[in-house]
Design a protein around this ligand. Structure first.
Ligand SMILES: Cc1cc2nc3c(=O)[nH]c(=O)nc-3n(C[C@H](O)[C@H](O)[C@H](O)COP(=O)(O)OP(=O)(O)OC[C@H]3O[C@@H](n4cnc5c(N)ncnc54)[C@H](O)[C@@H]3O)c2cc1C
Length: 240
């Protein structure tokens, strides 16, 4: 693919995801890390009402999140080591439900039904720059982070919001050098900070070092110390 067509547009927005063809064609360098984890993504039905609550559990092989779809249906994102995920994918439905329920605990009662399962290898990909001549790279194309803490989508939305502001402020030429420099500068700190935060969380939770008690203490403190809980929730929700 060539990007000759960008000569005919004032601004090309590359929002084409993790393996962005536009970013690749531009040769933008990436900081990358393979977490050695793969997420199994599916929908499940549980016995008790979710009451609109989302849950996240942290395990040695990766986090597990349940996101409410309706009263008793939830999207399940379960990160496992890549070898474990391959074998869990082939489990019969009943075996899979028992496995997932055992990891999650009894809070929502028995797990009853499971939909089709998909695998998502989990990588960090952080573009070292997000602009080129008349081109801006946003969302997963600019930074793909681990789903721990569920921050990727909000981070991409903040890219889009900042870009909308910059475009509005530079109506005469939204793809000018000044506009693109302003966008890159506006997004620099949030991109770096959110990516570092999620990367540090994954490494801490999945560390092979004998820090189990420290990990439990950190999670307990986050639950019981309001100031700490507030700070963690604030950082996790991406409020800036
Ligand atoms: C397992 C998993 C669970 C996650 N859970 C959460 C969560 O709970 N909360 C959260 O905030 N984030 C979560 N995320 C992250 C979230 O999915 C991403 O942040 C979000 O999808 C990024 O959106 P995007 O539009 O930038 O990229 P994408 O969602 O990857 O969309 C890119 C789109 O571009 C299209 N495209 C590519 N090339 C072209 C082309 N040439 N022409 C036209 N279209 C093209 C693709 O088809 C795709 O539709 C999760 C991610 C994973 C992998």
């Amino acid at each position: 693919m060539t990007l000759a067509r960008s000569r005919f547009a004032r601004l090309l927005v590359a929002a084409d995801g993790t393996d962005s063809a536009i970013r690749t064609t531009l040769g933008i360098p990436l900081q990358q890390h393979d977490y050695g984890q793969t997420a199994i993504v599916t929908a499940v039905e549980v016995e008790r009402d979710l009451d609109g609550c989302a849950y996240e559990r942290f395990t040695d092989s990766g986090p597990m999140a349940l996101l409410p779809l309706d009263r008793r249906r939830a999207g399940l994102v379960m990160a496992l080591t890549t070898e474990q995920a391959a074998s869990v994918l082939t489990m019969a439905d009943e075996e899979f439900l028992a496995f997932a329920e055992q990891r999650f605990g009894t809070r929502l009662g028995r797990w009853r039904k499971v939909g089709q399962r998909q695998l998502w290898p989990l990588h960090l990909k952080f573009a070292e720059r997000v602009t080129d001549a008349r081109i801006v790279v946003i969302g997963n194309a600019a930074q793909t982070i681990h789903p721990i803490g569920a921050q990727g989508f909000n981070l991409g939305l903040r890219d889009a919001l900042a870009l909308a502001d910059v475009v509005a402020a530079h109506r005469a030429d939204a793809g000018s050098v000044a506009a693109l420099a302003e966008y890159a500068e506006r997004r620099r700190e949030d991109r770096e900070r959110t990516t570092r935060f999620s990367d540090a969380m994954v490494r801490f939770m999945a560390s092979d070092l004998p820090i189990g008690p420290l990990r439990s203490l950190a999670l307990l403190s986050a639950e019981h110390v309001p100031l700490l809980r507030h700070a963690l929730v604030h950082a996790s929700m991406g409020f800036r």
